[in-house]
Design a protein around this ligand. Sequence first.
Ligand code: SF4
Ligand code: SF4
Length: 437
Amino acid sequence: MEKKKNQLSRREALKLFGTGIIGVAMATTGISSISAREVEPKEPMVARRKQKGTSNMAPLLGFGMMRFPTLSDKSIDEELSLKMIDYAYKHGVNYFDTAFNYHGGTSEIFAGKALKRYPRASFYLATKMPGWMVTSLDKAKEIFATQLERCQVDYFDYYLLHSISREADYVRVYEEIGTLDYLIEEKKAGRIRNLGFSFHGSNELFDKMLEKYDWDFVQIQLNYHDWDQIDAKYLYKRLEEKDIPCIVMEPIRGGMLAKLNPDAEAVLKGVHPDKSIASWALRYVASLPGVLTILSGMSAMEHVVDNVHTLSTEFQPLNDEERVALDKALNIFLKTRPIRCTACKYCMPCKFGVDIPANFMHYNKCVNESNIPERDSQSPEEFERRKKIFLEGYYSIPEEARADKCRLCGRCERSCPQRLKIADEMERITKLVQSLQ
Ligand code: SF4
Ligand code: SF4
């Protein structure tokens, strides 16, 4: 029989996605812009894991769509982002995670534009209900319909209650307004294939959430920093006990674990001189057997290439020697007291114009590069060197967006999934700057 234009043969599908995805790939009718022949035989394919109770073979690496590279007007750099998506897809990364609010609402639209070039059954698409916008059941329905339209699909493979963090908010939106029952109806109608939630709350609330519904999966923040520091291990272990697939967000903590301070990095480079620092974070999470997919919000082509190589079919869990090195590096890193911001921007915009993540990223960069000036503990020369670097970076933030414009109102703190004391941290940065003038 003549092969339809763009149709995948079994051989091509195997070559493109490996044996794991064959069930999905063979269900497709065609592939528009990527030819399996474009993937060299020796190039890595991402590893896959089976979702229990389903035929889904999820890629170990998923593409988080909240941190695309941007142009000077802050819009998504679509040309570069499409190249990144194509590279990822060609190497088996076919789980894409967007949300109503990512990139100011343009991430879903871009996801639709990018993914419609591929056969619908060849990728998994996840998005989320922004509960904080839901004032009525009609509003929830309107949001869901808008998401289908934006993404140019007629169903979502994974649909999440976005960022559950406070019980009162959950009860109001999902129980009193009836949004959960509505989403369950959408699942019965086939417009949602798997229903879950993403979580940023307390352990107590997590336990309550697990009893609310027979969730198909749950998305949690997990990485080697948060395992103990914010007790992510509790959430992971509860999911294991209940046999619920775990999807991981922030494996590199918004980039914080992609670059450590020099002493911590030296420990890791001593074991694997040729491996990126970020690869340790991905391997730590991938070593947990209950993890189905690890979402990485990749913002440059080199992130995609490095992550695909790290989580390829050649992936090996961390061994004992590597775990000892990682513990040692983390302990060194924690002594630098970085601000635990993941640059998610949920706190933005600040009513008074402060660019919260920009200030925190600058501070953390100086922490990582040993450039925090401390008059009492450094030689005068070293203090002056650090002072110059710190102030240059601080003054590169637009004046109206600097930490000293913070009015300490604390309004932003309610939206921070990391529960950071943002006002206190802004005051700390402001005092440091004042002490240098
Ligand atoms: S505490 Fe500061 S950064 Fe946060 S909203 Fe108020 S002024 Fe803005
Ligand atoms: S301060 Fe909190 S909400 Fe704001 S960008 Fe950082 S982690 Fe996200």
